[in-house]
Design a protein around this ligand. Structure first.
Ligand SMILES: *Cc1c(COP(=O)(O)O)cnc(C)c1O
Length: 457
């Protein structure tokens, strides 16, 4: 064993060989030297554990891979062929061309972020955006922060710190990674008062819990699960009626920020911010990067005095939106103002794509891939905490695992290793690729990646 360890090359020798020598001039000596040291150590550890002693070339190749890997920009673009439209692990909503352009322009140079160009004096960073938001939702006032979790925490902190917040037992839930209503409430300094039962809660349950210490009634949209059967939850209007009667503000976390009607697409109703505003909620919270189709962000709309409390709260500064997201959100909202959301916003193009269009696209893919590729009916989903349990009819390119080396899992893994990785879905030993979530300009890359992955054994 000691003799085989002696065969391991020195860090200096590997560094002096190609491709490490050229990589040093590109990435800097220290970075490359670290990568070589790690590769040699890894080979030593493997040999000490009774494994094979890596060859000089293997160690050099591993080190070169490490260097190139570290030099990559993360996150890398991938092709989403899963059919899940708002895929949180894949970065949620892709932006419209106009939103990308707006973001680039804000990033690449200076902007009038906080200067009024007419007077030359300090201006408001969000004034223009707020006018668009108020127009679209019917609210008196609005505020954009870093994400919806920040918006809800800010809202509770500004309105209900030190007081009790009444929540239905069925809505004191966890949504997405680490957003738990009881924890957010505690962090805000408010006390959670749970009422009703997991499946049925009535307005009278809220009413019975109202005291002089009540700071707010909070309604939370169950956006990533569904309770079916014997259920009841009061409408926002019932809570508003109650809130008005007792002088208690009503807060509504609607989740996905869906400004469009989902029902024409065969989906059930997804709560819309404008409906809550019309229903009289004092504050309505939603994400920008779910069904709204914009960059990461959280929007709060509502009455002037309540939104004013949020804007003045010290946390508002900590949750302040950056100029690039502000620009992209503005561009995204303009698509709704101009009534072109279905054509311009990628998530709405995906939702509104017809099953027939998708079948044609999947068929073209199958013809181009050839071999054993077929086309079969599939279900796309909205994902990302919107419309749980619901799906859209689609068609997918289908490759049977039994026809390829390594089976379906092996092929899916090779698809993820391509220069533009493809993330596909595995169902019953088949690899499925749903065109609904693949941007049309990515068709060529998807086909090239699939052909290469099928050739690799
Ligand atoms: C997604 C979601 C959140 C969290 O929103 P982020 O923008 O991810 O912070 C909070 N509440 C509801 C109801 C949601 O659906």
């Amino acid at each position: 064993m000691t003799s085989s360890l002696r065969n391991l090359p020195s860090v200096e020798r590997v560094l002096a060989s190609e491709p490490l020598k050229s990589l040093s001039s590109e990435y800097g000596h220290h970075w490359v030297a670290d990568a070589v040291r790690e590769s040699v150590q890894e080979a030593r550890a493997r040999a000490l554990n009774g494994g094979d002693v890596a060859s000089f070339q293997e160690i050099a190749n591993r080190a070169a891979e490490r260097v190139r890997g570290m030099g990559r920009i993360q996150p890398r673009p991938v092709i989403n062929a899963t059919g899940v439209i708002i895929h949180t692990n894949l970065g949620r909503a892709p932006l419209s061309a106009e939103a990308v352009a707006a973001m680039n322009a804000a990033a690449a140079g200076y902007s009038n972020l906080e200067i009024d160009l007419e007077s030359g004096r300090r201006g408001s960073r969000q004034g223009h955006l707020q006018r668009l938001l108020n127009h679209l939702t019917g609210a008196e006032a609005s505020l954009l922060v870093n994400n919806n979790a920040a918006g809800v925490l800010l809202g509770l902190s500004a309105v209900a710190a030190g007081k009790e917040v009444i929540v239905s037992r069925g809505e004191a839930v966890e949504i997405g990674g680490g957003f738990r209503i009881p924890d957010v409430l505690e962090q805000s300094g408010a006390r959670l008062v749970e009422v009703g039962t997991t499946n049925r809660t009535y307005a009278r349950d809220y009413e019975a819990a109202i005291t002089e210490n009540t700071g707010a009634l909070l309604k939370v949209h169950a956006s990533n699960f569904k309770i079916v059967g014997f259920t009841h939850a009061p409408e926002i209007t019932e809570l508003v009626e109650l809130g008005r009667r007792y002088g208690v503000p009503v807060l509504h976390d609607v989740g996905s920020g869906c400004l469009m009607d989902t029902r024409p697409f065969g989906l059930s109703y997804e709560p819309r911010p404008q409906d809550s505003v019309r229903g009289g909620a004092d504050l309505v919270f939603f994400s920008v990067d779910k069904l709204l189709g914009g960059p990461q962000g959280g929007i709060v709309v509502g009455s002037k005095d309540k939104v004013g409390l949020l804007a003045k709260h010290p946390l508002a500064r900590a949750f302040r939106i950056d100029k690039m997201s502000l620009a992209a959100t503005t561009a995204t909202l303009l698509h709704y103002v101009k009534e072109e959301a279905l054509q311009a916003i990628p998530v709405w193009r995906m939702i509104s794509a017809t099953s027939e269009e998708l079948r044609e696209r999947a068929t073209r893919w199958a013809e181009s891939v050839g071999g054993d590729a077929t086309v079969q009916p599939a279900k796309s989903t909205i994902g990302g905490g919107s419309l749980p349990g619901e799906s859209l009819d689609s068609w997918a390119l289908c490759i049977w695992g039994q026809d390829v080396p390594g089976g379906a899992t092996g092929l899916a893994a090779r698809l993820r290793e391509q220069s533009t990785p493809v993330v596909a879905r595995i169902e019953n030993e088949r690899v499925l690729m749903d065109p609904r979530t693949v941007l049309p300009e990515q068709d060529g890359q998807l086909l090239a990646a699939t052909q290469t992955a099928l050739r690799e054994i």
